[in-house]
Design a protein around this ligand. Sequence first.
Ligand code: 5MM
Length: 336
Amino acid sequence: MNLNEIAEYIVSDGKGILAADESNPTCGKRFDTINVENTEDNRRDYREMLFRSKGMKDNIGGVILFDETLRQNAIDGTPLRKIIEDQGALPGIKVDKGLTPLKEGSDEVVTQGLDGLHERCADYDALFNAKFTKWRAVIKIGDGIPTDECIEANAKALADYAWVAQTNNMVPIVEPEVLMDGDHTITECFDACARSFSALFNALQKREVDNSGLLLKPSMITPGSLCSQKATIQEVADLTIKCLKENVPSEVPGITFLSGGQSELEATAHLNAMNKEKDLPWKLSFSYGRALQQSALRAWGGLQENLFIAQDELSHRANMNKLAALGEWSEELEER
Ligand code: 5MM
């Protein structure tokens, strides 16, 4: 498969991505909520539970993994990545190395990980046949931020990363996450996202990255989580599409949203509302972490006896989001 075919496959027929690339500290935060110890074995058992869920098939086209998971085997010795492939999904790998302050004393951050990236990608390709990669930039909204300096630095790093990934025949997922944290308005979110997308596609063009061989993983346009003015589902959908249409080239095959702290239902409803609009140049789908895993994590609770009920939760969310990616979801379908 060439780069465009890989990207198209991941978002074909309403399929989306399961983001299971929590670094070990983030996994610890998730496990704390269910009182499960953050050990290598527990992380393996949790991920194995997710990947063996029946609803992975036909609903999930790709799974983003953390390095540890790509190398892990299930209890019966089957590599976790093989379980994913057997479900018809492609395993991918997070290749960034997390966040560092933009400069001393700054609240803003830039993503690191370009050192040795070429070698890491070559290894992931040769050893594990990983077909795609992901890099997440974080943009914060607040007093006087995001600054142009932060937006430009993150856009440049994303473009440098995307170029290296494509050189290694792997699809880059470029993720400029504009955080929901704070009391900013939906207009301020629109502005920060528009500036971030525009800088990103300028940087990608300068780097001569092939837009038809990448996926964009953006935030939706929403008010900050502490903003007193809430937005309707339709407002979020309309402003998100407007922002994307104004800034994202039509050759990009797919836009796979992050959920960013939205509830499972909100993330599904927003995606569905966007996909009610026809004549969009790109597929609009999902690359959710929390909005796919939350109910499954809670139902699992670290206990083997809860395996099937937890898998049922993941399967249900995966199916609901596939329907939303096709614009065919409605709230009644949530009843089981
Ligand atoms: C799954 O979480 C990923 C980040 O993990 P670390 O913070 O541990 O590096 C994250 O990039 C995720 O893929 C996206 O933010 C989407 O996840 P949500 O939960 O926002 O849908």
